[in-house]
Structure formats: structure tokens, C-alpha cells
Design a binder for this molecule. Structure first.
Ligand code: G3I
Length: 505
């Protein structure tokens, strides 16, 4: 405790390894957003429909994720039906069919990353294209590629901020092609230059989109990662627009990540090339027999593994804008079928949409920034003051005090509630708690009220550095606890000024 306390006093944000499971978590999206991270998941459009699992698939995506990626619905194999024939029905449902219309994504305040314009295997190239290969000249192939990318990227211009332009280019099999790339229709027609054309066409179609290369098995360096480094160096030498690398990160629970290891060294090599990194398809599978984990401890290990990769993403921020899992519930995951049912239960929510240790570890890692204990709360704008209660009843007003602030009505018992939020109880009336009122009014009010465990008594805290914190009411987590112009304690919109930052000491 003492070392942890010193850690806090030094002004660092402290996260600790104890997780508490609770009812009704605030949701990973909120905790991630307060850390400046986009948390996401691959989704299947047909499961987002209200009749699927009583709407639980849909509601859990909206509660826990800011960013989605269609697992299938933006791939050439799904939308490119013939040279000028496209099936945009699913993508339009997500994003709207025209520049001035919206879809499920915008209507739910979400964001979407596009996956993928070119998947460099023949089995992922539309059948009609392969069937006509013999009659397609290189010039025609280049025109087809340009028209496809212009059509798809252009249709959702301004709605898709990130695109996997090319997915899984580097082969896992011995070959003599440049950068060890996979053989495919596009390579046979255009050689390695098709890779350049794809990024150039995507940039021409939407100059504001961030263009990524996406692959698996590259997170800890090695032969394949080295080929990706060579590819990126070549693209950059040709002034080809490429902005980031998607590290898919499909792993087994046995793979561990620790600061400074090959995972971190590899990330730094990508960042040194002025690239952003996203973890784009994280799942951490567990050995299974007859649909049961071989070792039940693997579920806990999986939680620590998810936390270690989230730590990696937080460490490299802001060059790591997002972490996405490939799916989010064990109810729908590609892993069991892809591993002949020897691996499974790879995601943060179980098959009944219940949070697993992986969920709680991520919620804890993102949101638990202070140890439980007794603290004074001083607005950064008036550091010689502190927040206290004005009376000694359980329903007192709160006000700022000046002076030593060593009275029990000027100090607060801070308790982590396990659901991503904290309780603040005055030390002098510990059965009450800081309570927000009218949280959506232009100026909400704050008092204490006897603790009943309601959401307006729960608070999110995020670290601003130098022992200062942002405190917001759970029911309006984008707003903040603040001191107004006449030193009243209020809830207001966040403007990040010093009246809204709290020294917690
Ligand atoms: O929905 C149609 C259905 O209407 C039709 O009857 C059926 C006939 O085959 O196909 C169904 O579509 C399937 C689709 O998944 C459903 O979501 C496709 O056949 C099937 O090929 C497709 O598989 C996807 C696979 O990529 C190939 O595109 C998986 O959902 C998707 O999870 C998987 O994702 C890949 C990433 O893109 C790249 N990284 C690896 C990852 C896992 O393989």
C-alpha cells in the first residue's frame, strides 16, 4: 500500500491487478473512451438485427464498443458480384447508401473500420473474376481494381476513417515472389505493383481515410514481420500512402506479452516507420475438449492475457488508436470451427453475453486509476481548497473549504465499485455518498445522499497526469464534476479547464 501511495503521490495513475466483478458494468466503451482509446469488435450484420438473441447481440455491441468492423460485409467476396454489379445492402444498412444518409453506425454513435479492399488469396477473390482470368489483360485488371476501389471507398467516403486496403499479403508458404507474397489473380496480372495501385486508388477515392495493411502472426517479430517491414519500406520509398498496420493477434492463451519483450520491440519498429498500429482481430483461444476448457484456470489466464495486450496498446498510445476483438461473444466465434473444435471460448463475453474475467480485467485496467482510500479533493483551479460537506446529515450540501482540510468532513472515502465506477463517501458521514442531480441539465447539482447504490451516486475517474483527475457522473459520463464561477460544485460540459480537474491526494 505504501509503495502504491507513493506512486500516486508522484502523480502517476495507478492501476492494480485486483479485479472485482460486479453487476451492470458501465461498459468497456466508456472506460476506453475516458482513456482516449477506441475499443471495437468485428460484427455480423445479420446478428445486429433486433430479433437475434432478444437484441442482446446489438445491445452489447452498443454498450461496449465505439468501433466496429464488418466481419464479412465489406469484403469483395460479398459485395463484388460482377464487373459493375455490387451488393451493398449490408454495408448500406450500416452506413447509409448516400453521402447524406446514415445507417446503424451513425444512429448509434459508432465508428467503422473497413475490412478489406483486397484479400490477397485467390479463395478470397470473387469467383467470376477468376473464371475470366484468361481473358483479362493487365490493363483491364488495373482498370477493374481501380473501379472497384473507387466505387467502394467512394461510396462511403467520410464515413469510414480507416481501411484495410490489403489483408494477409505475406504468404505462410515458401515462394520466390517479392516480399514472399501470396500468389493471386492480382499478382499474376499486375505483379507486385498491384499492391501500390491498391493504396494509391484508395487514397484517391478518399484522401482523408487512414490506409492500413492488415496481417496475422506479426505481433512478435520474426520472418513474416520482417517481410512486412520490407514491404512497408518499399511502399514508402515509392511515396505510396500507407498510414498504419493492423496486427490481427489471433493467439492461444499460452502466448504472454510483457513490457519490453519482442511484442513491444516489434511495435516500436512499426512506429519508427511513422505508422499507427491497431490490434484489429484479437481473440485468445483456450484448448477445449467436448466444448469444455481442458484447464479451467485458462479462463483466468485469458483475462490476464487480454489485460497484457491492453497494457501494450495503452503504452504505445496515441500511436495505437484502437483495439478490436474478432467478435465479442463466444456465442459467435470463428475459432471452434477453424480449429476443428480443439480451441474456443476466445472472447471477452461468454455464449450467454456474460462478462468473463477477460472483460473485467479490461474494464479494471481502463477504469481503475486510484487505490481505495481516504483522500482530499482539491480543484486544480483552487489547489489550496478542498471539497467537503457543509453539514453532518446524510443529505448535506457540498462546498469548498480552505485551510488544512484535515477534518473528516473535508476528506472522502474512495471505493472502487468493480463496475467501472467509484463511490465517494465523506469520512464524517460514511453511510452517504456524493450524488449527482439533474445530470443532463446545463448545470447539474451535487450533494451527498445516503448510499443506495444508484447510478447517480457512481462516478467515473480518469487520469489527466500529475496527480490530477477528471471526475464524471456515471449517468452523464461525458460531463464533469466542476467548480463554477461562484465556487459552487456543479456538473457541466467538459471544457478541460482547471476548474474541472481535481487533485486527489
Ligand atoms: O452469410 C452467408 C450465407 O448467407 C451463405 O448461405 C453462406 C454460404 O457459404 O455464406 C455466408 O457467408 C459466410 C460468412 O463468413 C458469414 O459471415 C461466408 O461463406 C464465409 O466465407 C465467411 O467467412 C468469413 C471469413 O473471414 C472469410 O471472409 C468469416 O465470417 C470471418 O470471421 C473471417 O474473418 C477473417 C478476417 O477477415 C481476416 N483475418 C482472419 C479472420 C478469421 O478467418
Amino acid at each position: 500500500m505504501k509503495s502504491a501511495l507513493i506512486f500516486i503521490l508522484l502523480g502517476f495513475c495507478f492501476t492494480q491487478y485486483v479485479t472485482v466483478q460486479a453487476q451492470n458494468p458501465i461498459g468497456l466503451k466508456v472506460s476506453a473512451s475516458l482513456r482516449g482509446l477506441l475499443l471495437g469488435a468485428a460484427v455480423v450484420v445479420k446478428y445486429l438485427q433486433p430479433n437475434i438473441d432478444q437484441g442482446q447481440y446489438n445491445s452489447n455491441v452498443v454498450k461496449n464498443y465505439q468501433l466496429i468492423v464488418p466481419g464479412y460485409e465489406l469484403k469483395p467476396e460479398h459485395i463484388w458480384l460482377d464487373e459493375n454489379v455490387y451488393n451493398f445492402s449490408d454495408a448500406d444498412w450500416l452506413l447509409g447508401a448516400t453521402p447524406n444518409t446514415t445507417g446503424w453506425v451513425q444512429q448509434n454513435g459508432m465508428q467503422l473500420r473497413g475490412h478489406t479492399l483486397v484479400w490477397a488469396y485467390d479463395m478470397r477473390i470473387p469467383r467470376w473474376l477468376l473464371d475470366r482470368e484468361a481473358s483479362i489483360t493487365p490493363e483491364k485488371a488495373k482498370t477493374l481494381l481501380r473501379n472497384y476501389i473507387y466505387t467502394v471507398v467512394g461510396r462511403y467516403r467520410g464515413k469510414i476513417q480507416w481501411w484495410d486496403v490489403i489483408n494477409e499479403l505475406i504468404s505462410n508458404y515458401n515462394n520466390t515472389r517479392p516480399f514472399y507474397i501470396a500468389n493471386s489473380f492480382w499478382y499474376r496480372k499486375l505483379g507486385i505493383d498491384y499492391v501500390k495501385y491498391a493504396y494509391i486508388f484508395a487514397h484517391e477515392a478518399d484522401p482523408d481515410a487512414k490506409l492500413y495493411y492488415n496481417d496475422f502472426g506479426i505481433q512478435q517479430g520474426g520472418f513474416k514481420a520482417d517481410r512486412v517491414f520490407d514491404l512497408i519500406d518499399w511502399l514508402k520509398s515509392e511515396n505510396v500512402p500507407i498510414h498504419g498496420v493492423g496486427i490481427q493477434w489471433h493467439i492461444k492463451v499460452s502466448e504472454t506479452v510483457t513490457p519490453g519483450d519482442a511484442h513491444y520491440q516489434t511495435a516500436q519498429r512499426f512506429i519508427d516507420r511513422n505508422l499507427d498500429l491497431m490490434v484489429t482481430e484479437l481473440d485468445i483461444s483456450i484448448p477445449m475438449v467436448d466444448s469444455h476448457p481442458v484447464d479451467p484456470n485458462d479462463i483466468q489466464r485469458q483475462g490476464l492475457a487480454y489485460r497484457s495486450i491492453l497494457d501494450y496498446v495503452l503504452y504505445f498510445a496515441p500511436r495505437t488508436p484502437a483495439l478490436l476483438t474478432w467478435g465479442f461473444t463466444d456465442r459467435y466465434s470463428w475459432i471452434p470451427a477453424a480449429t476443428n473444435y480443439t480451441q474456443g471460448e476466445a472472447l471477452p463475453l461468454d455464449a450467454n453475453y456474460q462478462p468473463k474475467p477477460a472483460y473485467w480485467q479490461m474494464q479494471d485496467d481502463l477504469a481503475r486509476v486510484l487505490l481505495n482510500g481516504i483522500y482530499r479533493l482539491s480543484p486544480k483551479s483552487q489547489p489550496s481548497t478542498c471539497l467537503g460537506i457543509a453539514g453532518n446529515s446524510t443529505r448535506s450540501a457540498v462546498q469548498l473549504y480552505t485551510g488544512a482540510c484535515n477534518q473528516t468532513n473535508q476528506q472522502w472515502n474512495l471505493m472502487w465499485l468493480g463496475d467501472g465506477t467509484y463511490r465517494f463517501s465523506p469520512q464524517s458521514v460514511d453511510s452517504s455518498a456524493l450524488n449527482a442531480y439533474n445530470v443532463t441539465a446545463s448545470t447539474g447539482t451535487v450533494r451527498i445522499y445516503e448510499w443506495i447504490g444508484s447510478f447517480d451516486q457512481e462516478w467515473v475517474i480518469s487520469c489527466q497526469g500529475n496527480a490530477t483527475y477528471r471526475i464524471g457522473p456515471r449517468n452523464a459520463w461525458q460531463r464533469v464534476l466542476a467548480v463554477d464561477q461562484t465556487s459552487n460544485i456543479v456538473i457541466m460540459n467538459s471544457t478541460r479547464d482547471e476548474r474541472q480537474q481535481w487533485i486527489i491526494h
